[in-house]
Design a protein around this ligand. Structure first.
Ligand SMILES: [Zn+2]
Length: 448
């Protein structure tokens, strides 16, 4: 027999749809056979309560049928930055109840579910000015800037379960980090430390000290802590004809520098330069450590031919393909003079005299060079030479002394004969008036 008119069913939690049997709808025309159970079929009014947060939704018109799986969940709600969403639960309380998943089944007994929130605290870890976080941040941390990591931690988490940044994660040039330690206990709901900053100690890399013997045997480089007195200095070796005169802060070509002593304290990598006094080893030159290739001579007032010859001699040096530069300067203490009376030295045409070998601050030795005008004139007349040529030869020779060249010895086998050097006594003073290749070689060696 047919069932006939079906009873109504109501519920505050849903909308009745129909009666079913084994999932299939029945109607008043359905034939009843024996004892049968019929199931009411509902569309539930399912509310997702954000529970203080923002979000949540009520599903009414969805085909979300009671007694069937939910199938999907609404988007996660949010609640500021101090609470972490921890799923949908059957109770609004912070604990207890049952979590609702997409596989859960709707029942009319409960159609309201609640967001669960876990309070969190945000930890910040600062590498500090000038430092950076290297490679990847440690697990659980997020790099929010080049110098800052952050991490959200559930309140109540044990500190010792949190991976902590360490020195391998930070770097800063010439500094060593000290990583703050984490607290003990648990992350508290309020209060307590949540921000840390790495502290840095300046490291002091050692400095390398290079000893340049300027032609001698370079001592081995030193490695020392910075800003530390050098102590006993090395002594370079270089043959038998030179005296080692100490170490200097420059090579002496363009600036005098300063003497290096046992108390000198190099800050960074440094080169020190040897100074030598050369007694001559067949190269016929010597250099006092204070000498410079830049020479100034006070403008003098003597007869024009002699002064013109001096200017020519200076020019001869200035164009000699050497570092030498000789100029007139009224402020110079170096002088050139013409003496009309020859000294009581047979054959002497000029002389060089260093007056103050300690006067080194102006990069010039103080000297006086003289030309004995009567001797030059007599010598030129006797040999049929030009007196001007002889004067130029003499001036060029004397300037050679100022530059550190010494007299060539008569008869010394120098190669190239008696005219191979402006410094030779027995040169041809009519022809040899300019620095010769040997002289240029010597001067270039001195001021190398
Ligand atoms: Zn001489």
């Amino acid at each position: 027999m047919a069932l006939g008119p079906l009873p109504a069913s109501t519920s505050p939690n849903g909308t009745f749809v129909q009666w079913t049997r084994y999932g299939s709808p029945i109607s008043e025309n359905t034939t009843m056979t024996g004892t049968m159970e019929y199931v009411s079929h509902w569309i539930a009014d399912v509310s997702w309560d954000a529970n203080h947060g923002v979000g949540g939704v009520t599903w009414r018109d969805e085909p979300l049928v009671a007694r069937q799986q939910i199938g999907r969940l609404p988007p996660n709600p949010t609640w500021g930055t101090t609470n972490r969403f921890a799923g949908w639960w059957t109770t609004p309380a912070a604990s207890g109840g049952t979590e609702i998943t997409a596989q859960g089944v709707i029942t009319l007994a409960q159609t309201r579910f609640y967001a669960r929130w876990v309070p969190i605290r945000t930890l910040t870890f600062n590498a500090g000015t000038g430092a950076t976080w290297t490679a990847n941040p440690p697990a659980g941390w997020t790099r929010t800037s080049s110098t800052q990591l952050t991490r959200n931690v559930d309140v109540g988490t044990a500190w010792n379960t949190i991976t902590w940044p360490n020195a391998s994660h930070v770097s800063r040039a010439n500094h060593t980090p000290t990583i703050p330690g984490r607290p003990v206990g648990i992350v508290p709901a309020t209060g307590g430390q949540t921000s840390w900053t790495v502290t840095w100690a300046v490291t002091t890399p050692p400095v390398t000290i290079t000893w340049n013997a300027q032609g001698g045997v370079n001592p081995a480089s030193w490695t020392r802590p910075p800003n530390t007195p050098l102590g006993t200095l090395p002594t370079p070796a270089w043959g038998t004809n030179r005296d080692f005169r100490g170490w200097n802060t420059t090579d002496g070509r363009n600036a005098m520098g300063a003497a290096v002593t046992a108390d000198t304290r190099p800050i960074g990598n440094t080169t020190y330069w040897a100074r030598w006094h050369d007694y001559g080893s067949g190269r016929r030159h010597r250099r006092n450590w204070y000498q410079s290739p830049t020479i100034r001579i006070q403008q003098t007032h003597f007869d024009a031919p002699w002064q013109g010859a001096l200017g020519t001699a200076m020019h001869n040096w200035n164009v000699s393909a050497t570092p030498v530069r000789v100029d007139f300067a009224t402020s110079s203490r170096n002088t050139a003079v013409v003496m009309p009376i020859s000294p009581n030295v047979p054959g002497r045409l000029g002389s060089f005299e260093a007056l103050d070998q300690n006067w080194s601050l102006l990069l010039e030795n103080q000297f006086r060079i003289r030309l004995y005008s009567h001797s030059v004139a007599d010598y030129a007349a006797r040999n049929g030479f030009s007196a001007t040529n002889v004067a130029v030869s003499v001036w060029t020779h004397e300037i050679g002394h100022a530059l550190g060249l010494r007299d060539g010895e008569i008869g010394q086998p120098l190669g190239g004969g008696r005219n191979n050097s402006i410094m030779n006594y027995d040169r041809d003073r009519d022809d040899v008036r300019t620095p010769q290749p040997f002289d240029r070689q010597s001067v270039n060696w001195i001021y190398r």
